[in-house]
Design a protein around this ligand. Structure first.
Ligand code: GCV
Length: 659
């Protein structure tokens, strides 16, 4: 399948070096040469030179400019490449280059692909895998261009297979795959991207003939030592393993009464002699919950399992923590693990794949949401520390930390299905490099690189991106409640879809109230946080409005800080968000003709799907809550309440119902 150069469009002219064929063994020197010639093409009148110097941090770079001469210095060859891409970005956006001195904030800036060996992608919304087809690994021009796109935004690591490691992918660590895996690792490394793979915790049984996968069993330990030695002999540049254990049916140490630390350390010790890292996910919870049991709270699970183990993990173990305590909902509080694990290496996991945020049919620019997470004050070490400090290694002075995004790519021509979704891939890389960049700056850069320098087009694209998350949030889930989507595929509304299921994801709406009480009077989730956060979240009057229903169970006539009742807020946000979406679409129509037709048509096709789905969300949510509460919309907009006699309309005179 052919592919587009997306944000590297202006740096990739047909027949010019950016669109190169993959030549095995060309190495990072080949990439530097190729990218330098792109710079030459962009500005022939400049004299370009590059140099590696130990005076700079390994991945850092400096651009020196003077008298038509541009020198790019890097702390390593990868640093030089990052410098070249910076100069390229500057040239394309401003037609000139100014001096800069840069180093990445996060040591590990990683993508997690959930690609399966058969070529399918779990939660993939842009075609099939370009890493696997029919149980074979593919290394070709597209792999190289993928690495080029990653390097251009500073991404330095990737995991190519799904964390749910099924039978075929279990064999990635065997001779069936290792030669090709090495080719893949070399191809990616030629742009400074380190390859990681997901392994199956039960491989000792499935491949090694062991009776168990108990991490303290000597045969299991010996199996992994041998298996890892074999892998590193074949692929010495491998970064390490990523593991999902004891979660959603995946095997893990709990089966044997062992802890998550026992499991992680066993693998980490096998990897240590080769400099390998073991990334262990904290997404561990009971997915067979009885919905009748209101004392059990899935949100508490990760902290309950991992917090008591703080300080017990080896140094080459990194715990990878999803941004929220449950599962990539549109709005969740930041995971309390970032507040309570001061003796452990941590990595943040966000999801660029839009599983719960419109599946790349809806525009949803996630950078504003990720920025909220990164700037969240954890109070783990001091009053001022934020998630970004923790994942950048500021406190533990460790290189074993960083940020990973579940990737949103596939083999669609434009890589991400929706043209706008590429902004999330781009934005993730830029933010991982520098969390201080603003969402506006990232959106402007991406718009300029992707759609050219027409100011009108850029303004519209940036407006769409920046408004999109808030709009999506408002026509879908109110006040952090979550999980009102279709079960399994997670697209579109189904208010009670998860209500009586086993996944631990309930809103428990009744005729008078909605939400789970997660305060100290309820499940106690709120008090997993450090102070002053625990106190803040424990009380509805101090809980941030957007998270109110995540933490508290409240009546529909509860008054919000803006003077609106909870139910009126639901109606208002749902009506307003659909109207705003309509006007956003109208603003894109004004630049028809200024955007290439192919892209414009694709964008409009997806907007049509988004608008239809947004209306469905609005009407289902509003109707459900109107019917169940019996309270009508104070503004009398269209809600499908069936019987008007059942509905009481708030009177304008009643101060409880002002909106
Ligand atoms: C890869 C959610 C998704 C699953 C995913 C899981 C995870 O439950 O729906 O598809 O599995 O998260 O992050 O492991």
């Amino acid at each position: 399948m052919s592919y587009e150069p997306i944000w590297l469009k202006k740096a990739t002219l047909p027949g010019k070096p950016g669109f190169s064929s993959y030549i095995p063994g060309e190495g990072i020197e080949g990439s530097i040469e190729r990218e330098l010639s792109v710079l030459h093409d962009l500005r022939e009148d400049f004299v370009w030179s590059v140099m590696v110097t130990e005076a700079l941090p390994e991945e850092g770079y400096e651009i020196l400019v003077g008298d038509g001469k541009v020198d790019i210095l890097g702390g390593s060859k990868a640093g030089v490449l990052y410098g070249i891409f910076d100069a390229m970005r500057q040239l394309i956006l401003t037609d000139t280059v100014v001096p800069v001195s840069e180093r990445p904030a996060c040591p590990l800036r990683m993508l997690n692909h959930w690609d399966n060996a058969d070529g399918s992608i779990e939660r993939g919304y842009s075609g099939n895998s370009f890493f696997f087809r029919n149980r074979e690994l593919i290394v070709d021009d597209r792999t190289l261009f993928y690495a080029r796109l990653c390097a251009s935004v500073g991404i330095n690591a990737t995991v190519i297979n799904n964390v749910n490691v099924h039978e075929d992918a279990t064999k990635l660590i065997t001779d069936e795959y290792l030669p090709k895996l090495r080719e893949m690792a070399e191809c990616l490394a030629s742009y400074g991207v380190k390859l990681y793979i997901c392994i199956n915790f039960a491989a000792s049984m499935q491949l090694g003939g062991c009776k168990v996968s108990d991490p303290l069993d000597p045969d299991v330990i010996a199996y992994w030592e041998k298996a890892v030695a074999h892998v590193y002999e074949a692929v010495p540049m491998l970064g390490g393993f990523l593991v999902k254990a004891d979660s959603e049916g995946r095997p893990g140490p709990h089966t044997y009464g062992r802890t998550q630390a026992d499991g992680a350390n066993m693998l980490a010790r096998a990897l240590a002699p080769y400099g390998g890292k073991l990334i262990w996910r904290c997404f561990v919870y009971n997915c067979s919950q009885d919905w009748r049991d209101t004392t059990l709270d899935r949100a508490c699970a990760a902290y309950n399992y991992f917090h008591p183990l703080d300080g017990q993990f080896d140094d080459n173990v990194i715990l990878q923590v999803k941004n929220g305590p449950v599962d990539f909902q549109v709005r969740e509080p930041v995971s309390p693990l970032f507040c309570g694990m001061t003796q452990t290496n941590l990595m943040l996991e966000v999801q660029a794949a839009q599983e719960y945020t419109g599946q790349q049919k809806h525009v949803c620019f996630l950078v504003p949401m990720w920025k909220d997470v990164l700037r969240f004050h954890t109070y783990a070490y001091s009053e001022n520390d934020r998630v970004r400090d923790i994942i950048c290694g500021a406190h533990r002075k460790s290189e074993n930390c960083g940020i990973a995004a579940v990737a949103n790519t596939g083999d669609d021509e434009n890589w991400t299905g929706s043209d706008f979704a590429a902004a999330n891939w781009y934005g993730f890389g830029r933010l991982a490099w520098n969390p201080s960049l603003s969402a506006e700056q990232i959106a402007e850069e991406w718009a300029g690189l992707t759609f050219g320098d027409d100011k009108e087009v850029s303004a519209v694209i940036v407006k769409v991106l920046l408004a999109s998350y808030s709009i999506y949030e408002r026509y879908t889930v109110p006040l952090g409640i979550g999980w009102m989507c279709q079960p399994n595929n997670h697209y579109g509304p189904n208010v009670e879809g998860y209500e009586y299921d086993r996944w631990g994801t309930y809103h428990r709406a009744s005729h008078s109230a909605i939400g789970v009480d997660r305060s100290s009077r309820g499940t106690g989730y709120a008090v997993q946080y450090t102070e002053p956060l625990a106190k803040l979240y424990d009380d509805p009057s101090t809980t941030p409005t957007e998270l109110l229903l995540f933490f508290h169970r409240l009546p529909y006539n509860y008054l919000l800080p803006n003077g609106s009742t909870l139910i009126q807020h639901i109606y208002d946000t749902h009506f307003e968000a659909v109207d705003e979406l309509r006007s956003l679409i109208a603003s894109v129509v004004t630049v028809q003709g200024l955007i290439p037709e192919k892209e414009y048509t694709r964008i409009m096709e997806r907007f049509a799907m988004q608008l239809a789905s947004a209306k469905e969300w609005r009407d289902r949510i509003n109707t459900y809550f109107c019917r169940i509460s019996g309270i009508g919309d104070a503004k009398r907009r269209k809600i499908y309440a069936v019987s008007e006699e059942d509905i009481t309309y708030p009177s304008d005179a009643d101060p409880e119902y002002t909106s």
